[in-house]
Design a protein around this ligand. Structure first.
Ligand code: P6P
Length: 334
C-alpha cells in the first residue's frame, strides 16, 4: 500500500480483504483515533493551555490525577458514547464501568482504556500515551455489567495505543499483525507509515526501573545481573538499559527495535501481583507484542491467558523480544 493510505482507507481495505473489521468496529476505531487527535492537541498545548499540573483529586488507584488525565478521559467518553458501537466503557480513571446512556443506542463492543498513561511525565515534557482495548459484549439482552468486561486478553478484537511524542502515532492490531499510523497535522489525519511490524527475537536492551532492584524476586535479579555482567558474563554480550517510566513509550521502542520491558512483582507491596493493570495496560500491549512476533508473560504464564477477577486488577509484566521473555520466564520456573 502507498504511504498515503489514511486510517479510514486502511480499515475499509482490511475489512474488504480480510473481513476482520465489521462496520461497527471500524467506526469504533475511527472514533478512538479522532479522540486521540483531540488528546494530542491538548497535550501539545503544555503550559500554554490550562492543562498542566495535578487536578487535586485521586483516581480509583489512589494516584494523584493530572488535569490531562481527566481531560483525556472525558474526551474518550464524549467521543464514544453517542455512536451506537459501544455498550459500555471502562477506564483507569473511573472506579466503575460507564454504561452508554439510554438516550443513545447500545452497540456490541466494550472499550477499555488508560486515557493517559505515563502521566508523571506530562509536566516534564516526556512522551505519554493513550492505551485502549476492545472486547465483544457477551451475547444476551441483559444489561451490561462489570462482569461482562472480565474476559481474558486473548478475547480482544482490537487493541492499540496512541503515543504523544516527537510524532503522534497510532499503533493498532485487529489480529492481523501490527500497523502504525503517523498523525499528519496539516491534513489532520493518521497516515499509514508502517505495516507488518516485527520484533527481533533477540535483543541487547532491557527496560526496568533499576531503583527497585533490592525488592525484586530472585529470577528477575538473576536475569538483570547477567545482563549487567556484559560480554564477560554468561550472556557473552553487552546490554543497554532504557527506562522512560511511560509504558507506551517503552513498548513503542520495543516494537520499533526490539528489547525486553519488565515491571515485575516486588516485595514493596507483596500482596499486589505488580504495578501495571491487566485489563487496559498489560492485555492490549501484550497482544500488540505477540502480533509483532514477541512474547508477554507474568513470569509464569502468558498474560493473554489470565482470567481477570477484577476490573482494575494488576499484573506482573515481562514482554518484548521472544527469546529474552522466554529466558526470564524459564528462570521463574526453575
Ligand atoms: P515507575 C506510568 O505511571 C506507569 O503506569 C507506566 O506507564 C510505567 O511503565 C510505570 O508506571 C512507571 O513506574 O514505578 O517506574 O514510576
Amino acid at each position: 500500500m502507498s504511504s498515503h493510505v489514511s486510517l479510514s482507507r486502511y480499515l475499509v481495505e482490511e475489512q474488504r480483504l480480510h473481513g476482520k473489521i465489521p462496520a461497527q468496529l471500524r467506526l469504533l476505531l475511527e472514533v478512538v483515533a479522532r479522540a486521540c487527535k483531540g488528546i494530542s492537541h491538548a497535550v501539545n498545548k503544555g503550559a500554554l493551555g490550562d492543562v498542566m499540573g495535578s487536578a487535586g483529586s485521586e483516581n480509583v488507584q489512589g494516584e494523584v490525577q493530572k488535569k490531562l488525565d481527566i481531560i483525556a478521559n472525558e474526551v474518550l467518553i464524549e467521543a464514544n458514547e453517542w455512536g451506537g458501537h459501544l455498550a459500555a466503557m471502562a477506564s483507569e480513571e473511573m472506579d466503575s464501568i460507564y454504561v452508554v446512556p439510554n438516550r443513545y443506542p447500545q452497540g456490541e463492543y466494550l472499550l477499555l482504556f488508560d486515557p493517559l498513561d505515563g502521566s508523571s511525565n506530562i509536566d516534564v515534557n516526556v512522551s505519554i500515551g493513550t492505551i485502549f482495548s476492545v472486547l465483544q459484549k457477551p451475547d444476551g439482552n441483559s444489561a451490561v455489567t462489570e462482569k461482562d468486561f472480565l474476559q481474558a486478553g486473548a478475547k480482544q478484537v482490537a487493541a492499540g495505543y496512541c503515543v504523544y511524542g516527537p510524532q503522534t502515532m497510532l499503533v493498532l492490531t485487529v489480529g492481523d499483525g501490527v500497523v502504525m499510523f503517523t498523525l499528519d497535522r496539516e491534513q489532520g489525519s493518521f497516515v499509514l507509515t508502517q505495516e507488518k511490524v516485527q520484533i527481533p527475537e533477540d535483543t541487547q536492551e532491557f527496560a526496568i526501573n533499576m531503583s527497585n532492584m533490592r525488592h525484586w524476586a530472585a529470577p528477575v535479579k538473576r536475569y538483570v545481573d547477567e545482563c549487567l555482567q556484559g560480554q564477560e558474563g554468561v550472556r557473552g554480550k553487552n546490554f543497554n538499559m532504557r527506562w522512560i517510566a511511560s509504558m507506551v513509550a517503552d513498548v513503542h521502542r520495543i516494537l520499533m527495535r526490539g528489547g525486553i520491558f519488565m515491571y515485575p512483582w516486588d516485595q514493596r507491596e507483596p500482596n499486589k501481583p505488580g504495578k501495571l493493570r491487566l485489563m487496559y495496560e498489560a492485555n492490549p500491549m501484550s497482544w500488540l507484542i505477540e502480533q509483532a512476533g514477541g512474547a508477554a508473560t507474568n513470569g509464569h504464564e502468558r498474560i493473554l491467558n489470565i482470567q481477570p477477577a477484577q476490573l482494575h486488577e494488576r499484573v506482573s509484566v515481562i514482554l518484548g523480544s521472544k527469546n529474552e521473555v522466554e529466558r526470564v520466564t524459564t528462570y521463574h520456573r526453575s
